[in-house]
Design a protein around this ligand. Structure first.
Ligand SMILES: NC(=O)c1ccc[n+]([C@@H]2O[C@H](COP(=O)([O-])OP(=O)(O)OC[C@H]3O[C@@H](n4cnc5c(N)ncnc54)[C@H](O)[C@@H]3O)[C@@H](O)[C@H]2O)c1
Length: 254
């Protein structure tokens, strides 16, 4: 029987691939057979991810580009298609946060979070989507957050607004591109232990309180993103589009 999760012969375009969840997904896709285009602010920063993908016998290329730069994103997609001939999967993980009380946050900082987390995801979806729509197939996975589905507090307004935007963007694109065989879904993780939450982890009391709210009793580890990412990338989810999948240890079920 064919393996529903097999990604052999497929090519994944992964942003935020230098570390954290982007790196975890990139290596996970390779483990299931995909070649990987690793995109982050600097190509050099992707060296470890590229080495781990290649160690699995898959091909990898690193591209330095900001997801906020539409020309650079277009060039990254063009370089990837030129090297591999096709893109089958996109995993849009590049993201930032800025936790400042809403009374104090500078509008420029607020805009920057929206620019990277929402506009950046759109620009990557658009550039990859043009290619996938023309080919008539593809699976796009956007990184939302549990913040897309409920408030976080603690000065998270730009982040939560950006992730709610990613959920809406995901649903709109899913409907727009379904006739062309392109699926668009999102993942909504709870806190995952990556460099993204280094400051949070330094606060042991806050970490303890946050973990206490997660029914499975722990934060996510990078490896926990692989199953959901491979599932949404592969034929195992062939009938699923426009879905925002919590990866939250039961947090949102409460
Ligand atoms: N870690 C968590 O707790 C958590 C929870 C929910 C959602 N998320 C989301 O998952 C995604 C990945 O998070 P992570 O924990 O791996 O974060 P991370 O900080 O470890 O990695 C993010 C990566 O994105 C890259 N990046 C930032 N701005 C960029 C830009 N403009 N262009 C290209 N690359 C850029 C960074 O260089 C970095 O390598 C983010 O969208 C984040 O919001 C994370």
């Amino acid at each position: 029987m064919a393996d529903l999760f097999d990604l052999s012969g497929r090519v994944a375009f992964v942003t935020g691939a230098a570390q954290g969840l982007g790196q975890g997904a990139a290596v996970g896709f390779a483990r299931y057979g995909a070649d990987v285009v690793c995109v982050d602010l600097a190509a050099d920063a992707c060296a470890e991810t590229v080495a781990r993908v290649e160690a699995l016998g898959r091909q990898a290329m690193a591209v330095g580009c900001s997801v906020t730069d539409e020309q650079a994103v277009g060039a990254a997609v063009a370089a990837a298609v030129s090297r591999f001939g096709q893109l089958d999967i996109a995993f849009n993980a590049a993201g930032i946060t800025k936790r400042v009380a809403s009374t104090d946050i500078a509008p420029a900082d607020w805009r920057r979070v929206i620019e990277v987390n929402l506009v950046g995801v759109f620009l990557c979806c658009q550039a990859v989507g043009r290619h996938m729509v023309a080919r008539g197939s593809g699976s796009i996975i956007n990184m939302a957050s549990v913040a897309a589905l409920g408030a976080m507090g603690r000065g998270n307004t730009p982040y939560t607004a950006s992730k709610a935007g990613v959920a809406g963007l995901t649903r709109e694109l899913a409907i727009e591109w379904a006739p062309f065989g392109v699926r668009v879904n999102a993942l909504a993780p709870i806190q995952f232990r990556t460099p993204f939450i280094t400051t949070l982890l330094a606060d042991e009391e806050l970490t303890r309180r946050l973990v206490a709210k997660i029914p499975l009793g722990r934060m996510g580890e990078v490896e926990d993103i692989v199953g959901p990412a491979v599932f949404l990338a592969s034929d195992a989810s062939a009938m699923i589009t426009g879905h925002v999948l919590p990866v939250d240890g039961g947090y949102l079920a409460q």
